[in-house]
Ligand binder design. Structure first.
Ligand code: 5GP
Ligand code: SF4
Ligand code: MG
Length: 456
């Protein structure tokens, strides 16, 4: 998911700016979009299934442009299949002892189900199956603390990987889990408005200048007195490696490290670890481009444009038959003349189920590639993510049940190789990383019942 929040000391069209910020974060979730806006008195929320541009057409955006508005939060949702229900769209709004609250989050609380059960036992009722509701209910439970202190208390109770924005009529809050698994950054516009966002690309989209990343375990808030911070939990940074591998946009910088440059270094590491003789290096667009540039630079094998990606190919839909699934890949990708008669090094960021990879290898062979050497800029994904990235249920992860050689045979490549964990670490060269989906070492804990289908 992607989150966005804006607080302006003066009236500003915060609905429009949130729309732009959410649009810049669209790659983080295409299933639903929503926002809350306040002018200090009124409080509006609109959310629905669909892309940002579908949910917020002109009429709806106009409606959100409250007179005198100065605070807003926005959310783009990404979730596992089956939970794309409208009532689970965010932001969630509630009326509480702290006034009306809007909340949106990216990530997962691994202990939300336990806390939910405890609260159910105490007679608390829930309207959604969304973990956000658990957090907001806990905040309301600290009835004699103010919103900031109550939120700080709840931050200490929740475990997992999460970045959250919360607003009431007077302030905007942002917080990041103690491991900093999920990203969140702060920016400011020339007119003084503060912006909190999942990625720097959303700051750029609304003319805000990057100030800094929120620290792991930190709570920040903006109100009429400016920007404030509370370091709630001592920080042990283990940000998600997948943000640099695949998830964050190529023009983003996460915790001070450019994703594009990290991807290039992953490609260079991959070329050092897994060299091969070939004529051209071809990326699977768009996610394999950075690593393919790096692989080409390091190996000296020319980079070429071997796969065309149809820019109008939207979200993939669930295709009912085998032919429909294959045509779905063709809708998005087709080979160019570059691959004919060539030995190709094909670069992608990850293999999850292996199904699209197999079809891409076949596309290249049909187009006359003489050899296809598949190189992947992440290690084999063997474990599910409990911190908000949908790397699929464990049984669907091809690398959790197959060896590299078996996967090679399945996808029909001449050779197949993955980057090592050390390769990823040196490419990102930031603080410690979460690499749990590759090695099963979960830095922020796992759910009591490892029900991999219930996370979102
Ligand atoms: P596979 O061959 O495993 O079916 O597909 C691999 C492709 O899935 C890669 O190109 C990779 O960029 C993409 N991918 C990896 N993680 C995700 C994800 O979380 N969501 C989506 N939509 N694609 C992903
Ligand atoms: Fe990221 Fe993988 Fe850790 Fe999930 S398990 S937070 S995808 S590195
Ligand atoms: Mg891809």
């Amino acid at each position: 998911c992607g989150v966005f929040g804006i607080y302006s000391p003066r009236p500003l069209n915060v609905a429009w700016l949130s729309y732009l910020g959410m649009f810049a974060l669209q790659h983080r979730g295409q299933e639903a979009a929503g926002m809350c806006v306040s002018n200090g008195e009124d409080f509006l929320v609109e959310k629905d299934l669909g892309l940002v541009t579908q949910v917020f057409d002109e009429t709806r955006l106009q409606k959100m442009n409250l007179d005198g508005a100065n605070i807003a939060i926005g959310h783009v949702r990404y979730s596992t299949t089956g939970s794309n229900l409208r009532f689970n769209a965010q932001p969630l709004t509630v009326r509480s002892n702290k006034g009306i609250l809007g909340i949106a989050h990216n990530g997962n609380f691994v202990n939300a189900r336990e806390i939910r059960q405890l609260m159910l036992n105490e007679g608390v009722i829930f309207q959604t199956t969304n973990d956000t509701e658990v957090m907001i209910n806990r905040i309301a439970k600290y009835a004699n603390l103010d919103l900031v202190d109550a939120t700080a208390r709840v931050m200490q109770e929740m475990r997992g990987g999460f970045a959250v924005v919360i607003m009431n009529r007077k302030m905007l809050i942002g917080l990041r889990d103690p491991n900093g698994v999920r990203p969140l950054c702060i920016g400011q516009r020339e007119d003084g408005a503060y912006v909190f966002a999942s990625e720097t690309v959303a700051l750029y989209a609304v003319n805000a200048t990057f100030i800094r990343d929120v620290k792991p375990g930190e709570l920040v808030w903006a109100d009429e007195n400016g920007l404030h911070s509370l370091e709630v939990i001592p920080s042990v940074p283990t940000p998600c490696a997948f943000e640099w591998i695949y998830f964050a946009r190529a023009d983003a910088s996460v915790d001070g490290v450019s994703t594009h440059e990290a991807r290039i270094r992953m490609g260079q590491e991959l070329a050092k670890e897994q060299p091969v003789e070939a004529d051209i290096v071809v990326p699977v667009p768009d996610s394999g481009i950075g690593a393919a540039i790096g692989y080409s630079r390091e190996s000296g094998i020319p980079f070429d444009y071997g796969l065309y990606k149809n820019p109008y190919a939207g979200r993939s839909f669930i295709a009912p038959t085998q032919e429909a699934r294959e045509l779905k890949v063709k809708m998005k990708l087709s080979p160019t003349a570059a691959v004919k008669g060539k030995r190709v090094v094909l670069i992608d960021d990850s293999i999850v189920r292996g199904t699209t990879s197999r079809q891409i290898v076949q596309l290249l062979r049909d187009a006359g590639a003489t050899e296809v050497h598949f190189r992947v800029s992440s290690p084999p994904i063997t474990h599910p993510c409990y911190y908000g990235i949908d790397t699929a249920a464990r049984k669907e992860l091809v690398a959790s049940t197959h060896t590299v050689e078996e996967i090679r045979q399945m996808i029909g490549a001449d050779t197949l190789a993955f980057i090592s964990e050390d390769g990823i670490k040196s490419a990102v060269s930031g603080p410690g990383l979460c690499l749990a989906c590759f090695n099963g070492k979960y830095p922020a804990g796992v759910p009591l019942e490892n029900d991999v289908n219930k996370h979102a």
